[in-house]
Each structure stands twice: as structure tokens, then as C-alpha cells.
Design a protein around this ligand. Sequence first.
Ligand SMILES: *Cc1c(COP(=O)(O)O)cnc(C)c1O
Length: 375
Amino acid sequence: MNIPYNKPYITGNELAYIEAAIKEGTISGDGNYTRKCQQLLQQRYGFKQCLLTTSCTDALELAALLLGVGPGDEVIVPSYTFVSSANAFILRGAKVLFADSAADSPNIDPESIRSLITPNTKVIVVVHYAGIPCDMDAINALAKHHGIYVVEDAAHALDAYYKGAPAGALGTMAAFSFHATKNVIAGEGGLLVINDSQFADRAEVLREKGTNRAAFLRGEIDKYEWVDTGSSFSPSELNAAFLYAQLEQLDVIQKRRLHLWNRYYNGLRMLQLSQQAQLPMVHDYIKHSAHVFYLVCANADERIALIDHLKSHGIQAVFHYLSLHQSPYYLQQHESVQLPHTQHYAHCLVRLPLYFDLADEQVDYIVGKVLEFYG
Ligand SMILES: *Cc1c(COP(=O)(O)O)cnc(C)c1O
């Protein structure tokens, strides 16, 4: 038995669509497949504006540019996340303040956000960890009260919902990832969703090197010019063609992943009941995206032992983020801060294999080996 942590799922139409893009003669950005992907996502989730980008990292950087983040601004970011959630704002010269996770979830704790807000706070970044949306009512209430923008790093959260609203529609803007490790993939790829229409026109311009090429492509103007600052954010049609083949299968992919996730949950529930390990917490008003199935061990040694036990049975289980507030980059310029919940997840969280082609029997086998470990 050899079960990797992840295996990218290929739907079968990727090559045909890439070939069609080549035959059409458009392989740079913003051709048919980019439009088709954007339209599909816009219609499915009711997002106001969807712009494909070359990555989620790129989408976050575009968000930081659009929000006018700069020196003197403060941005509150969870410490338990990928570096891109923070980097995008540090690149603009802002000061990043790291917030703690909640006690019962790796998601950002609204109370920790509250304690970090100052008159200089410009943006709150939320990360819907494992595709389970954050406590958005509390976070949006804080943001509204203080006039702060909210950016969702929704890299895990395509097709997740919070009280009936899709992840991506819960903040001022949202960034998604189609990296090969996510549920729906393009190799590398991302999406910026814009929910506040005051940013809509400028978003197109900044994404197109500071030109009004998007309006030109729609036939609204007869030549395109340099009208603002900007950079290159649009992916090649080859990636968009690949992505469209994936998006067409979104329901199939999500159904399978949710099925596997629930099988893990039901199989391992007794560990939660016996308080031996903490399982993901999903409130009844949440529909999660089944991006990650994790459990949280009692301590760091137990996690190492569990990963080793699974490895000896051919199962690749992996830990996840290291705390950003404890990273060499951050510590070389800031005082160390105490974020106990973040540290707990950084030391104790384990992810189990989860991918489309994983068989039910393999999940049962993994569940059996985890239960064996806990006796
Ligand atoms: C994957 C991921 C990213 C980066 O996505 P890319 O598309 O690789 O840039 C950012 N944030 C989170 C939370 C992620 O999981």
C-alpha cells in the first residue's frame, strides 16, 4: 500500500481544450477560455466581477494594489496561513500584524483581530482554512464599524458557503487558487473576485499592465493606451483551457471530495468524543469545500509518532503551516508575539490523504490505522 497525500485529478478534456485554444490561434491571455472560466464562476456564485490571474499569490497582490495599501497602513493577517497572504501587503510597504487562530478552529479569531485594530488598520485578511469559512458575521461587523476592507484568501474555499453565501462573496475582494494542490486546478492559476464595484474598472486596468486593453477588446475604444500603473496578471489561454475542463467537472469533483471527507469524519468521530484528537469543526450554517481533512493531536510528539505510524503503513500524512509570526523573515524585524492557538495548530495538526482518485477502501484503511495508533 502506498497512498500519497495528494494526486492531481485530470478530468480528461484538458488536452482537447488546450488543442482548441492553439487552433483558434489565441494562446496569450484573455481569449475565449479565460472568458468562459470567468463567466462560469460569475454565474455559478453570483460574483460581481471575476478576473483570472496567474496564481492566488498574484490575485492577492492585485488586491493590495487596488486597495491602495502602502507605507503607514496596517494589515491584520492570520499567522496560520501560507506566506502569500502576508507577502502581498508587505510588498506594498504595509505593516503586517499577525492574529491568532480560534481555540476550536485554525481560522482567524475575531477577538484577536479586535485587539489589533488601530486607526491605521486598512485591511483584514481572512483565510478559510480547509475550506471552512471564517466567522464572517463577527469579522465583517468589526470591519464595517472601523471602515476596514476585508480580503478573503479563499485558496482552499472554492464552492464553500457561509450562511448561504459563497466564499469569495464575503469580503471586499477574494483570491482563489488553481494550483495543482487545490480542488480544481490549472497547474498554476488564480482568480480575483471583486465585490465592491468602485474597484471594478481599475481592476481591469491594473491587471493589464496599466492599459485599457480590456475595454479595447470589448470594442468600447478604438485603441488602447497607458492610463495607470499596473502589472501582468492574466494567465495564458493554455492554462485557462485546462482550467475550463476542470470547472466543467466542479460538481463531480466536489461530490467525491465531500464523500471522502465525510467518510473520514464518521470513521474518526470517536476520537473527538473521547477527546483524544480534535476534528474539524463545521457549524450547521456552513457548507465546506472538503479541501483538507485534518485532525489535531494532543501535542507535537504525538503528531510525529502518528505521522511515523502512518508512514510505516504506506500512508503519507503531512503537517501544514509553520506560524508566520515565528518565521525567520518576520522575527528578524519584529518582536516575538504570543499566539498560542496558532502554535498549537502549527505543532499538532495533521492532514490525511484526500484526492479525487482516493478509494473508499483506502479511506477505511487509513481510518483503521489512525484508530490503531490511538488504541
Ligand atoms: C495555495 C495557497 C495560496 C497560494 O496560491 P498560489 O495559487 O499557489 O499562489 C495562498 N494562500 C493559501 C491559503 C493557499 O493555500
